[in-house]
Design a protein around this ligand. Sequence first.
Ligand SMILES: Cc1cc2nc3c(=O)[nH]c(=O)nc-3n(C[C@H](O)[C@H](O)[C@H](O)COP(=O)(O)OP(=O)(O)OC[C@H]3O[C@@H](n4cnc5c(N)ncnc54)[C@H](O)[C@@H]3O)c2cc1C
Length: 391
Amino acid sequence: MDFDFTDDERAFRAEVRSFLKKELTESVWRAHRDTNEQGMWSVEFTKAFRRKLGAAGYIGMGWPSEYGGGGRSRIYQAIFWDEMEYARAPGLDRSITYLPNSLLAFGSEAQKQLLLPRIIRGELAWFMGYSEPEAGSDLANASTRAVEDGDHFIITGQKSFSSDAHMADYGLVLARTDPASIKHRGLTLFIVDMTSPGVQIQRHPTLAGWTHHAVYFDQVRVPRAMVMGEVNEGWKVVMGAIDFERAALASYGLPAFQIDRLLGWCSEGVGGAPAPIEDPQVQDELVRLAIEAEGARLTTYWLASLHARGLRPQHETSLAVLVKRETARRLDAAGLEMLGAFGPLRGGSPWAQLDGDVELEYRDRLYFQFAAGGFDITRNVVAQRGLGLPK
Ligand SMILES: Cc1cc2nc3c(=O)[nH]c(=O)nc-3n(C[C@H](O)[C@H](O)[C@H](O)COP(=O)(O)OP(=O)(O)OC[C@H]3O[C@@H](n4cnc5c(N)ncnc54)[C@H](O)[C@@H]3O)c2cc1C
């Protein structure tokens, strides 16, 4: 087994890193950071930055060439995601990571021709409309209705936890097309233009301070041509789309950034006090965390290598997301602890360290526990599908 990157992959990483360094200077960071947004960047800047990513050729680098893609291996994709995550860059979301893969795998030719050119230029933002108040982890419980009306469907219902719906041009919306069926049968996935009459968005505050969204559909007309996959066969498409989503979440940049930031802070003392790193207990803890982060790195690149070899990993994807996200949460907690009395100080306080980001991120990433499968569900997947354990 070869754990190393090729010269070309290393050069690509250096190129992405220098692109991000040039684009995300300290002054850009100060001007466009917005903690009222889930991505922690202003909507305008996120949209503009996504277009820059498109112009630089970073979107669609793994797509087939007939859709303008670069045909590059999945390892390049993983390197790009890592560097974006490490830089805490804007725009690394479903719009350029997993949504295009779902469209390539399950979309009609007309949908691909309509949407992929705009996605690859970074022009489109998307939201995923799966969850509902009564259908969270149990997604097959979705009750949003879509009624056939000639060459349209009319959608009525509510979606909850709709990340970035307020900036979305399109939504991928799960709705029940056969009311007589239960659970995972009779569901269909629709590509919904968010400017359609009858779409309404409500903002809800979160513990971290940014706002989340609920999206209401009141008799929204969607052309039949915008069904992704087959009518009543939406469950298969959603499961495939969720695999793509998990694969995109399993990148290593976040724990890498957290460990480097913590190491940096511990190496300097505050106000002339000795550097925390001189304390053997702090050293022990940092070593333990660094080893754990290295485990996350190897796991996420192992997953990328399975994709690069043309395999379709499933429980392995859940495993990699779990390892990455649990590592990130342990680093969040360790960061708060090592900052000691400074830890709970919020950004804006004169004594806040690292702009109060460690405290903010600790609150923000609580959702790792239950969003996109969360720790319980992903453990179930690994136990049952990976290890063959009983329910
Ligand atoms: C920040 C954030 C962003 C999100 N973005 C989106 C989005 O863009 N689009 C979208 O459609 N959804 C989104 N979601 C929804 C998310 O992916 C989950 O589906 C949803 O949060 C889980 O539903 P629930 O909150 O109702 O929890 P419940 O389903 O009520 O679960 C509660 C707890 O029970 C556990 N649990 C539930 N079932 C089982 C089981 N079978 N075995 C073991 N444990 C179980 C869960 O892990 C959780 O800890 C988002 C959620 C959050 C918090």
